[in-house]
Unconditional design. Structure first.
Lengths: 182, 254
């Protein structure tokens, strides 16, 4: 039986069949958030334990991957390092128009991101504040559609668009600084 | 700088989130507008640079994977069908079976234990959503990826004109020691090659083994240049031998 990747219902398979293929992406995402492998292991353990315990609360027909990522992300936000990382970030303006205006300021069209060193890109992603890092990784690394990112982060799809635009703008600026310094 | 009319649609275009009509319209605009086309290229490059840099950046250890796999029940629906007594009955049955099994099982020889461990590593890799951390068919990409991660160099064969293709590599662990885990394709089958520093306990496996069968997998192991090689696959022993010969020639050529 082919199991649809994103959705689950009684007929599609067991928890293990749906949750275990997410193990590597969840662990990778946890490391990106926590920046610590031991903490990431704790977060992944907690995610599977909470998902198993709360399986009955999973709404059938909704997105299983988004549900698992949301549990992990919320566990991180409630952890000590998650609280510390998000305390200093203020997303003052989530209005789309303002965000798009900022996103286009000084876009470095001449930078060839294709040629950027992977390590430089990693460092630039690590420097992003958590709200930017998570939206960027879900959209670009996990290639989630906006709807699924919105479900994972518990925000409207419009906010996903504006936050993503701002995250990419900050990332571009960081990378441009690296190119200029080099 | 992109055109004002299209500026707020560029990210959605790159993310494939525009409606088909708008997508087509913007596509047509891009053919005639160099600045918007340059902007889209830059954004596409950034998106793929993020994917390349971030995906599979961190791989879980084999121990942690097993820990999680043990905690996740294999099939939920069967439990529900059996009912509330199921956990107690299952626990009692498991204790009984384990006691009988421990009492009756023959002691596993060190050689068999080793073969089982290697086959387990191969099966775990195949079951993983990301069986390799460096995805490349190019030996000149995979070999340098291991530099700094392992205390030895990984020499890979030239697979031109052979039925094998390289899929990639990752760091594998055996007895808490890191080694190279390589994945190869043979038609629709995948074979693993594991390379570790030779240990005294492995000497009994012999310097140049012949393929042995374990749980319907063929395993060939040999020792050369202070390294222990294992080739595992579920194809015929001839394929395992052929890949082993290629690995041996690559090691000898360096």
């Amino acid at each position: 039986m082919v199991i649809p990747y994103g959705e689950v219902n009684e007929q599609t398979g067991s928890f293990a069949e749906l949750a275990l293929p997410l193990f590597d992406p969840l662990y990778n995402f946890a490391c990106w958030l926590a920046q610590d492998r031991t903490e990431a292991e704790d977060l992944v353990q907690e995610t599977y334990a909470k998902a198993l315990a709360g399986l009955s609360s999973f709404e059938q027909g909704t997105n299983f991957r988004a549900w698992m990522f949301r549990i992990l992300r919320n566990s991180f936000l409630n952890s000590r390092s998650g609280l510390a990382a998000t305390r200093t970030v203020a997303l003052e303006d989530e209005g789309q128009e303002a965000a798009f205006a900022r996103a286009t300021e000084g876009t470095p069209e001449s930078i060839l991101f294709e040629q950027m060193n992977e390590e430089a890109v990693r460092e630039a992603i690590e420097k992003l504040p958590i709200p930017f890092r998570e939206v960027l990784l879900l959209a670009d690394m996990e290639e989630m559609p906006y709807r699924e990112v919105a479900e994972t982060l518990g925000i409207p799809a419009g906010t996903v668009m504006s936050r993503l635009a701002r995250a990419r703008n900050v990332l571009r600026e960081n990378l441009r600084e690296k190119v200029v310094r080099a | 700088m992109a055109c004002k009319a299209w500026n707020d649609k560029l990210d959605a275009f790159v993310d494939g989130e525009l409606s088909p009509d708008v997508q087509r319209e913007l596509g047509a605009h891009l053919r005639g507008c160099a600045s918007c086309a340059a902007e889209i290229t830059s954004r596409l490059q950034l998106k793929s640079a993020v994917k390349r840099a971030a995906a599979r950046r961190y791989a879980p250890s084999v121990e942690f994977r097993r820990q999680i796999e043990k905690k996740v029940p294999p099939r939920k629906r069967e439990w529900r069908a059996i009912g509330l007594w199921a956990p107690a009955l299952a626990a009692a049955a498991a204790i009984l079976l384990t006691a009988v099994w421990i009492a009756r099982r023959p002691a596993l020889s060190p050689e068999m234990a080793m073969l089982r461990e290697v086959v387990d590593m191969h099966v775990t890799a195949l079951a993983s959503a990301n069986p390799v951390d460096v995805v490349s068919t190019d030996q000149h990409t995979v070999k340098p990826w291991f530099e700094g991660k392992l205390p030895f160099a990984v020499n890979l064969p030239d697979l031109t004109n052979t039925p094998f293709a390289l899929l990639g590599g990752r760091v594998a662990y055996l007895g808490q020691t890191p080694g190279a885990g390589l994945l190869f394709q043979y038609r629709k089958h995948r074979l693993s090659v594991f390379i570790f520093e030779e240990r005294a306990a492995w000497k009994q496996l012999g310097p140049d083994g012949i393929p042995r069968q374990h749980a319907s997998f063929w395993v060939e192991t040999w020792s050369a240049g202070g390294l222990r090689y294992f080739v595992v696959g579920d194809t015929s022993n001839a394929n395992v031998s052929q890949l082993s010969s290629l690995m041996k020639s690559a090691a000898a050529a360096e």
